[in-house]
Design a protein around this ligand. Sequence first.
Ligand code: IDP
Ligand code: MG
Length: 140
Amino acid sequence: MAGTKTFTMIKPDGVESNNIGNILQMITDAGFAIKAMKLTRLSTEQAQEFYAIHAERPFYGELVEYMTSGPIVSAILEKDNAVEDFRTLIGATNPAEAAEGTIRAKYAESIGRNAVHGSDSDENAEIEGNFHFPVAEVVA
Ligand code: IDP
Ligand code: MG
């Protein structure tokens, strides 16, 4: 059975373009409950660890630089079928390919600066949520 939790970040471009409110509105309108949330800024070490899976990709250095370039909003979200439904809500990685009405179609600038993160599996949702929020910080 699909899990009920996913993890998201409003990335530096989404914060910089003043779209925190618009993006959170879309998330809650789509039926996600916010279980933990904070404004924070990743250190280089944290961004490298969070995106370690992409360490061999040519854009890794650029990705780490961008993700540390300004504040982000990180959050744990709850809904039935959370991971898949949230990936549908955010749209494709490249906003040029993202379906109309998705968060990335509306607010992302480019494939690199694409406004939001969404976990790609229940396992990674758990790992990523724990990375940003010690268990004690999550509202029951
Ligand atoms: P996802 O965020 O849709 O899951 P991934 O393939 O997991 O996409 O890539 C992680 C992040 O790395 C993307 O959201 C984007 O910020 C960045 N990224 C992916 N592909 C490229 C690229 O070709 N150029 C620059 N940045 C990229
Ligand atoms: Mg991914």
